[in-house]
Design a protein around this ligand. Sequence first.
Ligand SMILES: [Fe+2]
Ligand SMILES: [Fe+2]
Length: 144
Amino acid sequence: MFESDIYQEIVNSPKYQRLKKFRQHGKYSVYEHSISVCRACFKIAKRLHLKVDENALIRGALLHDYFLYDWHDKDCPKHHFTKHPALAAKNAKRDFGLSAKEEKIILSHMFPAGLKVPSSKEAWILTIADKYCTVKEFFERKKK
Ligand SMILES: [Fe+2]
Ligand SMILES: [Fe+2]
């Protein structure tokens, strides 16, 4: 995963590096959260012996929260919780290009919130990995 060109290309791009500025959960930036989620997706796939579309999983995971603002700011877009997958998909499409499958993976990552049901193995893996990392980040913040 880390050595793949697709992963390196996105993570090292100046556009993606902007995610370091936005806080996600506790002390974690959106950048750190997205990388943890990507790593967790591959752990889940490996643990369950699932054959996955690696490129779609990497791109979906890295770009699932590419909404490009700090949701803690009081002037951030309204209804962030349910609306951010659509914003992330729109921005990711503009900056990195997305296949239809990758777009769907991003759009359903908040399932069951937002009501978009994951429609591929990769989308299910992402929705689980995202929740796992969110809970972990939240409790790590609590410990501090
Ligand atoms: Fe999200
Ligand atoms: Fe997330």
